[in-house]
Design a protein around this ligand. Structure first.
Ligand SMILES: Cc1cc2nc3c(=O)[nH]c(=O)nc-3n(C[C@H](O)[C@H](O)[C@H](O)COP(=O)(O)OP(=O)(O)OC[C@H]3O[C@@H](n4cnc5c(N)ncnc54)[C@H](O)[C@@H]3O)c2cc1C
Length: 291
């Protein structure tokens, strides 16, 4: 099986992990800068590469390959779909696990993250991978070549402004997360005190950041926010809607506090405390301070 990887250089080592598990006989990668990956051939595209350009170059080279793999990032999902359409190949997006017998067996989340679906797809095919679950696979390419593709510039990025992030929740070991059970913005003070005693980062549900603007957007966990995998996720006053729950499904231990014994968060918690957070949090702070 011959595999062609198409990825920016940062995601390429992670993308190689699931593809290597399929034991391909030959692996070629097209990327935009040098990358420490053990592939048979690394092609580095020079210049500012637009999505149009990725599609042109990759579709041209893809002939003769069985598997065309890309990261399921926003731009690459688009590129993958366009390559598949141009070459008339099947396309499976957001793959989290993959194996091969005669066909490819790919798993991905469904029902907004509540379920997993297993898909069988014939080769040749295009797959985009959700890389959050994979570790980078590093090494050195057996051969390397630079290409200066001439691409038709139908689209240009006029401006790109970086956001200065105050935290990277995806790396936090302990997270105290708040939802609409918190009544006022000022009450975040007591949450900050608890987080500091636990050495935790503060996270929240989308209404707290996007609607109420009490915390920055980079702290909201879930489908449209950050995916976290802490050792402890303490959920305070959070109902447990699926769009939030998918964001912490890889947490080691989930403790939740809610006044409503029927709150759905109870179903996904290791410890479900039926209590008012305004009583629970001061008591927990007191106990931690005594220690
Ligand atoms: C397309 C789409 C994408 C979305 N993406 C996301 C996402 O990425 N992340 C996200 O978080 N949401 C997302 N949402 C919103 C999501 O559906 C929920 O509306 C949201 O997660 C609910 O937030 P909450 O739990 O804070 O609020 P609520 O659902 O209002 O729950 C508040 C909870 O607090 C409890 N409570 C109240 N008072 C107290 C108290 N004193 N002590 C203890 N408990 C108390 C209540 O019993 C209740 O269970 C998305 C929605 C849509 C439509």
């Amino acid at each position: 099986m011959r595999a062609l990887l198409i990825s920016d250089s940062l995601n390429l080592p992670k993308l190689l992990s699931p593809v290597s598990e399929l034991k391909p006989s030959y692996v070629e990668a097209i990327t935009n800068a040098d990358s420490p990956v053990s592939v048979d051939r690394l092609l580095i595209l020079k210049g500012d590469i637009t999505n149009d350009c990725w599609v042109d170059v990759a579709s041209e080279r893809a002939k003769g390959f069985d598997l065309i793999a890309l990261p399921a990032s926003r731009d690459m999902r688009e590129v993958a779909a366009r390559i598949a359409a141009r070459l008339g190949l099947p396309y499976v997006s957001g793959v989290t696990q993959v194996s091969i017998d005669d066909d490819i067996k790919a798993s991905r989340l469904c029902f907004g993250g509540r379920g997993l679906e297993l898909i069988s797809v014939k080769l040749p095919s295009v797959l985009s991978f959700d890389l959050s679950a994979f570790e980078p696979s590093t090494g050195s390419p057996r051969s390397k070549e630079e290409l200066g593709p001439r691409c038709d510039r139908r689209m240009r990025v006029l401006e790109r402004r970086g956001k200065v992030a105050e935290v990277d929740l995806s790396k936090a070991e302990t997270i105290v997360s708040v939802g609409r059970g918190l009544k006022r913005k000022e009450d975040l003070e007591i949450i900050r005190k608890l987080a500091s005693l636990l050495g935790a980062e503060i996270a929240c549900t989308r209404p707290i950041s996007a609607d109420l603007k009490w915390l920055p957007e980079e702290r909201h966990v879930g489908m449209t926010g950050v995916r976290v995998r802490p050792r402890l996720y303490l959920a305070l006053g959070i109902s447990g809607q699926i769009q939030h729950v998918v964001g912490f499904r890889d947490a080691e231990t989930v403790v939740s506090v809610n006044v409503d014994p029927e709150a759905p968060i109870g179903e996904v918690s290791d410890y479900f405390v039926i209590a008012d957070l305004y009583e629970f949090v001061p008591k927990l702070i007191e106990a931690l301070e005594r220690k």
